[in-house]
Write a protein that binds this ligand. Structure first.
Ligand code: HEC
Length: 316
């Protein structure tokens, strides 16, 4: 049996890794079941959400599992919580226990390097007195772990394969070795390119400002609630809206849908449009058979708040 040159084996390994990476790629929309309410420091609460590839196809069994990252106003540490499959395909749930009160920022990473921001969480203090009834078990607090740059590894494998092949080619002047070297060089370039591509958003993420839509004191009004839902339901993945710009920091929308900042501009009948929007958000394909926008399973109250938010005065 003829032996495969080590360099060729390395290049093939690099290729298969590149393929599996691109299959795991693409983008997803995370949609929270509901905005967490009455979150109290030291008391666990459950967060449920759907992960849909391109906003449509439910993605179950994701490995690594989707992870929530939460940090307080003074982000010295990040609380990381893994979610697990729960219920229907593509639905996950996570139990979170935050150690201190205040406004917490959080993001969810379903796969790839995409950290989808969620609306700021208001965490309340335990009632005076109950705090002494036994200290709650603190949640696992971990520093932000360095992400293993898989594409960089692929790039290195490709480069090593390429160098190996060049050495073989120099010694034997064999054609296949030269081809192997070329393939190795291509993989090296792809790997390093992917690395640069993946690293950029991660760094941008670190710069997310601890801004809120508007400080939600007490019961937020409907427009404000709609603004939070616009983030929590994943509308931001497909749409830009100037009203939530500050709250989502450096997150970049995929822009597959129209910019919704000025959708009421030039409309005589804003009230009529608001009612139309309620139907649209319920199920876009009922109004437009070829609609690209997915049905996200919103409740009546959520739809109503979103429609108020979308038709309320937008920042210029
Ligand atoms: C997966 C991407 C995606 C997500 C997620 C998404 N949309 Fe859309 N949306 C679209 C696309 C694409 C269009 C353009 C119309 C179409 O579907 O062909 C659109 C259109 C719209 C329109 C314009 C309707 C009109 O013609 O006047 C509104 C308003 C809207 N979306 C609101 C929302 C809200 C609110 C959410 C979150 C609850 C949301 N979208 C989530 C992709 C998305």
């Amino acid at each position: 049996m003829k032996k495969i040159p080590v360099s060729l084996a390395l290049v093939l390994l690099g290729m298969s890794l590149t393929v599996s990476l691109s299959q795991a790629g693409g983008w997803a929309v995370v949609t929270l079941d509901a905005l967490p309410k009455n979150v109290i420091a030291g008391e666990p609460f459950t967060v449920g959400f759907m992960v849909r590839q391109h906003g449509r196809t439910p993605m179950g069994g994701l490995r690594p599992p989707p992870t929530l990252a939460l940090w307080p106003a003074n982000p010295s540490k990040i609380v990381a919580v893994e979610a697990a499959d729960a219920g229907e395909k593509g639905h996950y749930s996570a139990t979170v226990n935050l150690p201190s009160s205040g406004t917490w920022k959080w993001t969810v990473r379903a796969f790839g390097a995409q950290d989808q921001p969620l609306p700021p969480l208001t965490v309340l203090d335990k009632e005076a007195g109950s705090a002494s009834v036994g200290s709650p078990v603190p949640p696992p607090v971990m520093p932000a772990a360095p992400v293993v740059p898989l594409p960089l590894i692929i790039g290195l494998i490709g480069a090593i394969g390429s160098i190996g092949a060049i050495i073989i080619w120099k010694r034997t002047a064999a054609g296949p070795a030269l081809a192997t070297a070329a393939a190795g060089a291509m993989i090296a370039t792809t790997g390093v390119g992917l690395f640069v591509f993946q690293t950029a958003p991660a760094e941008a993420q670190a710069a997310v400002q601890p801004a809120v839509i508007q400080p939600a004191v007490g019961q937020p009004d409907k427009a404000q609630m709609g603004g939070q839902l616009f983030i929590a339901k994943g509308c931001i993945v497909c749409h830009v809206n100037g009203a939530v710009k500050e709250a989502i920091g450096n997150f970049t929308s995929f822009n597959v849908g129209p910019d919704l900042t000025h959708i009421t501009d030039g409309r005589a009948d804003v009230e009529g449009y608001r009612l139309w929007l309620e139907k649209w958000l319920w199920n876009p394909s009922l109004l437009k058979p070829q609609a690209e926008m997915p049905t996200l399973g919103l409740s009546e109250a959520e739809i109503s708040a979103l429609a108020v938010f979308l038709t309320s005065t937008a920042p210029k």
